[in-house]
Ligand binder design. Sequence first.
Ligand SMILES: Nc1ncnc2c1ncn2[C@@H]1O[C@H](COP(=O)(O)OP(=O)(O)O)[C@@H](O)[C@H]1O
Ligand SMILES: N[C@@H](CCC(=O)OP(=O)(O)O)C(=O)O
Length: 273
Amino acid sequence: MDKLDKILQQNDIEMETPKKKKRILLKLGSNTLTRETDQISRGKIEDIARQIAALKDEYEFVLISSGAVAVAKQFVNLEKSGENIDVKQALASIGQPHLMRIFQESFRELGLLTSQCLLSPNDFGREDSRQNIINTVNVLVENDYIPIVNENDTSSTDAIQFGDNDNLAAQTAALLDVDLFIIATNTHGVYKKGSISAETPETIRKVNDLKELEREVMSETKSAHGTGGMQSKVSAAAITQKAKIETWIVNGLDDNFILNAINDEVHFTKIHH
Ligand SMILES: Nc1ncnc2c1ncn2[C@@H]1O[C@H](COP(=O)(O)OP(=O)(O)O)[C@@H](O)[C@H]1O
Ligand SMILES: N[C@@H](CCC(=O)OP(=O)(O)O)C(=O)O
């Protein structure tokens, strides 16, 4: 075999075995999706789509998206109103298809395909459901669909009661054995408690010991649309840490927040496993 043949053969082998993509599970809180307003921000969803499109050769994404209640509140005035759980469940049911429509339209503009998966915490305790989730997501991802997961708020109330979409996201990350779990919220990660009201609060950049983070959490403090506060994010990180997955808590309000975190150009909290 001459030199050229060898090179061609080598190239063939390289083409036959494309580099395995890293899997990222990205959790989007209501605050990120509304840009802290009363409206779901199409611009923010477009920002996320642009970043996923830029990263799609290296990374595959699974999204966990809140925002169903927030989107419904924009245009629905239910007869029975207030903060009752059943009303929130009904709002989530009304808002979810609208939320998915915005994702679908914005992602399609960039040639990205989306799908919806509604899960409930009980699904993680049943072996058949666990396997079904893995199988479905694998087929979707292999066919270049981006699964967009939310809690099934009709059959469970953990997310709307306790902000447990963070928990659902962590359980999903562990089940799907992702390479990285990113939680997007409205702060540059977890701040040192004493610096929270400062003009530039100090981010805890890297941490192994979650107790260290817990000490900094102000459990009574959460944002306008948020339900779990920072405590539910730290608890979620405990699940992924146990599953040997690195967790990043980043500021989803910034444009390009995923790219900037990957390129280490912004402050955020990295929780090692
Ligand atoms: N140490 C801390 N560092 C940063 N944010 C904190 C801290 N302790 C409590 N918080 C609160 O947690 C909020 C983020 O959680 P949450 O309101 O549930 O948002 P999301 O909708 O993104 O899930 C922050 O806006 C802040 O009010
Ligand atoms: N399933 C609910 C999720 C509520 C929730 O966990 O909100 P967040 O604390 O903003 O992640 C919804 O879509 O509104």
